[in-house]
Design a protein around this ligand. Structure first.
Ligand SMILES: Cc1cc2nc3c(=O)[nH]c(=O)nc-3n(C[C@H](O)[C@H](O)[C@H](O)COP(=O)(O)OP(=O)(O)OC[C@H]3O[C@@H](n4cnc5c(N)ncnc54)[C@H](O)[C@@H]3O)c2cc1C
Length: 599
């Protein structure tokens, strides 16, 4: 990270006091945009309006209490190199600890309760798989991975993982740990997966979940609420029950002139002056979620008329190709949907105590357990207490999901998609080897379930250009936010990406003299690369001559060509992040014509 330019406070942009900002979508992307406008660009908070369709802010980062229990439909594993997220959190005061920031709270909590898993993979109904630490890959899979890493994104356009790997790869220990945590499937984009492999090269003890960050409370209470409070205190206007459907653009599709919406169900248009700014979230992976409980199935919402911020994106894309191709990601709900569940266990501590004994980790510190035998591809974790600031002492909560809900369960002979909360809990108990306490658990548990039709839409095969840029070419006052915009070098399905889009949008539209924080460059760090290579090759300790592949002199020219390609594909250091590091002069030197020169 270039502290010199990234921690610099830029001069106040001329005329900023007279400009207004309209932000669409109250998820972390929209909230972060408002913070950067106020704190980095010095825009008066009263000039900022945030439009949100729902009654609450936070979007996918939810955390609520329902009638009989709690609900987080989505949860996050964070990591220390989410530079933009932690930069944002460093600006926001803690709600609980005067003089401390949200970042300080997160660091303190993870120092005291770090995540470490000894039971990442469970098999045979309640046994820890003793072999899952072995990430050694068969030579053909290591070669396919090398091929993918050595290709450009253009070469990988529209390809999926199963274009490179056969069924055996998707049964390896590496894949079990990787895909169950990050939600990849064999038909997902190889471009996106490659970015994950590069972006997270620094995580070498991945199967122990070491280095993953969690928050003291659920992320709504730990991150969203403090940001919202801070913005409210500054004077930002929040407008709820305001669903934007489209933007009115000038003839060249470069300048927003109006925001078309429904407020409390009634059509309305917000006029936008050309000097004012518009930031729009164009897609949400939790859009059109539906909810169920112990006895009610969360039915899939297949509505195509109101797809929230996706509808805005679709309408923009109809106007101009520079706004990308939403159809590449949408319209395949049975491939992109996910069901998650959030049990609240009241007055029956035995259940979580048994899970603690099985995993060897106190609640909240063991991270995800994945049930390798489960046809539904189940994962589950139990949280520390209190996970909600107002949680009662006799309540415990956890979170789980199934990535292959289309399959018939091992114990419950139904697709997970068609199951009630009680049926899902019963299948989970089967894989935990705890069916003997089924009646007690069901009697004491409120199950919240959530069906998210677009949960992995961002991973569908694509090519460059399918997602628009944060500031599409030529746009003067419009920037796009969230998971469906193109950010060079970074992955999607992270909070970091959404925050980063807000940062790029504000710095870019206002021409701030401040660099966007660099995406962690661990993939160019030889130390991490070596560790990774050793793991996949099954090498422990020093690399010996016998670990190296046999040398075939006839293959030397091929090897040489491969090496040269590898070396020349490494971008010059000043271009690693879009050449934004403007401390490096990019112009050729121009000598004054009359300057004295030696002969
Ligand atoms: C199941 C799941 C697991 C995840 N795991 C991780 C993880 O481990 N690590 C990680 O970093 N990230 C994870 N994420 C991703 C992360 O939560 C999201 O990427 C991030 O929160 C998205 O923020 P956003 O602001 O871009 O969009 P959202 O949070 O989706 O916000 C969009 C907002 O727009 C609003 N809206 C919708 N339509 C309209 C409209 N027409 N007009 C106005 N407002 C509208 C919505 O109500 C919502 O508030 C996970 C997400 C899910 C769903």
């Amino acid at each position: 990270m270039n502290i010199y330019k990234t921690m610099y406070r830029p001069l106040k942009p001329a005329g900023i006091d007279d400009r207004r900002a309209n932000i669409v979508g109250g998820g972390i992307a929209g909230l972060a945009t408002a913070v950067f406008l106020i704190d980095d660009a010095q825009m008066p908070a009263r000039n900022i309006t945030l439009y949100e369709k729902k009654p609450v802010m936070g979007g996918s980062m939810d955390g609520t209490k329902r009638a009989a229990g709690y609900l987080c439909r989505a949860e996050r594993e964070l990591e220390p190199y989410m530079e933009c997220l932690w930069y944002l959190c460093s600006k926001i005061p803690s709600l609980e600890n005067p003089g401390r920031s949200v970042l300080d709270d997160v660091v303190d909590f993870n120092r005291d309760e770090p995540i470490h898993s000894e039971a990442r993979v469970i098999i045979n109904q309640g046994e820890i798989d003793s072999h899952y630490h072995d990430y050694k890959l068969a030579p053909q899979y290591a070669e396919a991975m090398r091929q993918i890493i050595g290709s450009t994104e253009d070469e990988l356009a529209d390809k999926s993982l199963d274009d490179f790997f056969d069924a055996g790869f998707f049964k390896t220990n590496f894949w079990t740990c990787f895909h169950s945590q990050l939600a990849f499937k064999d038909y997902h984009s190889v471009i996106e997966c490659r970015r994950y492999w590069q972006r997270f090269t620094f995580i070498t003890r991945h199967e122990y979940l070491e280095g993953f960050i969690h928050t003291k409370y659920n992320e709504y209470d730990a991150i969203i609420l403090p940001i919202e409070r801070w913005l409210t205190d500054q004077g930002v206007h929040f407008v709820n029950d305001f669903a934007v459907t489209d933007l009115q653009l000038d003839e060249a599709n470069n300048t927003v002139m109006g925001i078309v919406a429904k407020q409390h169900g009634e059509p309305t248009t917000v006029a936008v002056n050309s000097q004012d700014l518009v930031f729009v979230t164009t897609g949400s992976i939790s859009e059109n979620s539906t909810f169920g409980d112990n006895h009610i199935v969360a039915e899939t919402n297949r509505d195509t008329t109101d797809m929230g911020t996706f509808t805005i994106w679709q309408n923009l894309a109809k106007k101009d190709a520079k706004f990308g191709h939403p159809e590449k990601f949408l319209g395949q709900i049975d491939k992109t949907k996910w069901i998650s569940f959030f049990p609240t266990v009241k007055g029956y501590p035995e259940f979580f105590k048994r899970i603690e004994r099985l995993s060897g980790s106190p609640a909240g510190t063991g991270g995800l357990m994945t049930f390798k035998d489960a046809n539904w591809d189940l994962s589950f974790e139990i949280h520390h207490k209190p996970f909600f600031p107002y949680q009662a002492d006799d309540e415990e909560v956890g979170w789980g999901y199934g990535l292959y809900g289309e399959n018939i369960g091992n114990y419950i002979k139904k697709r997970m998609w068609d199951c009630t909360g009680d049926e899902i809990m019963t299948e989970l108990l089967y894989h935990l080897g705890m069916l003997d306490i089924k009646d007690e658990v069901l009697a004491h548990t409120y199950m919240s379930t959530a069906m998210m039709p677009y949960c992995t839409a961002q991973f569908m095969p694509r090519k460059l250009g399918d997602r628009p840029k944060v500031i599409p070419a030529g746009c003067t006052n419009l920037a796009l936010l969230g998971q469906f915009v193109e950010i060079d070098d970074d992955v999607v399905f992270t909070v970091e990406t959404s925050v980063r889009t807000g940062m790029e949008a504000v710095y870019g539209l206002l021409n701030l003299e401040k660099d966007v924080l660099e995406v962690n460059t661990s993939r160019y760090d030889i130390r991490y690369l070596l560790e990774r290579v050793k793991r996949f090759a099954g090498i422990h300790g020093e690399i010996k001559a016998s670990d190296l592949p046999p040398m075939d002199p006839a293959k030397l020219p091929e090897l040489e060509a491969g090496l040269l390609k590898l070396i020349n594909d490494v971008p010059p250091f000043y271009q690693m992040y879009l050449g934004r590091d403007q401390t490096i002069p990019t112009k050729a030197a121009v000598l004054h014509p009359q300057a004295p020169r030696s002969k």
